[in-house]
Design a protein around this ligand. Structure first.
Ligand SMILES: [Zn+2]
Length: 211
């Protein structure tokens, strides 16, 4: 057993259900947490849990006794769980917003549109949300698509693609490279490098390595 697993099982063994009603404490995952102020106790000993309650909450919560105290504990626990659920929802939606920002930036890059197109796409998304799902308009608002963000996303994607290509190319049995010269919108000459290679199981990889 690893030391962290040992520590976790020790913590689990240590928490006693009676601490809920006695000190308003609950166990969340492997943490022992106060239902009132949500502070966690680093060393989960009864002495520490009791001291937290005595010094911070006792005066206000000692009036709750018997059945009323049990109900208060359940009420605090439910409110606490609801809050945790709310925050985990926010985290999930912010991850999805970043993901959407990457996907749209990639589409902008692949269609050779300027980075500033991101703002126009966002305006379109927000207008469409207003009509289709007004209660979820905030979701589209959360997608960052400013010109700077789009530029950063595209740089990140290009770096990642380069790393992947270097990794894959180590296994190439054979490859070919094609070069082409073109000019961009500002009339600056650009060299495009296409690479095509295959690995032992005949999987073919084709990428623009550089422009
Ligand atoms: Zn507390």
């Amino acid at each position: 057993m690893t030391s962290s697993k040992k520590e976790q099982s020790w913590k689990k063994r240590v928490f006693q259900d009676k601490w809920e009603n006695l000190y308003f404490f609950t166990e969340v995952k492997d943490k022992i947490q106060c239902c009132i102020c949500q502070q966690t106790i680093a060393v989960p000993k009864e002495y520490n849990v009791r001291r937290h309650n005595d010094t911070i909450h006792r005066e206000k919560y000692d009036g709750f006794t018997g059945k009323i105290r049990e109900e208060k504990v359940q009420q605090l626990k439910a409110a606490f769980a609801k809050q945790r659920h709310f925050f985990s929802g926010i985290n999930k939606s912010s991850v999805n917003s970043v993901r959407a920002s990457f996907v749209i930036s990639e589409m902008i890059a692949k269609s050779l549109r300027p980075f500033t197109e991101g703002l126009f796409v966002k305006e379109c998304l927000m207008k469409a949300s207003e009509i289709l799902c007004p209660d979820r308009k905030k979701v589209s608002e959360g997608i960052s698509l400013s010109a700077n963000t789009v530029a950063c996303r595209i740089t990140d994607l290009a770096d990642n693609m380069q790393k992947q290509l270097i990794q894959i190319s180590k296994d190439f049995e054979a490859f070919s490279i094609a070069l082409d010269e073109s000019t961009d919108v500002s009339d600056t000459a650009q060299c495009a490098v296409f690479i095509r290679g295959w690995i032992a199981n005949l999987n073919i990889t084709e990428e623009i390595a550089r422009t």
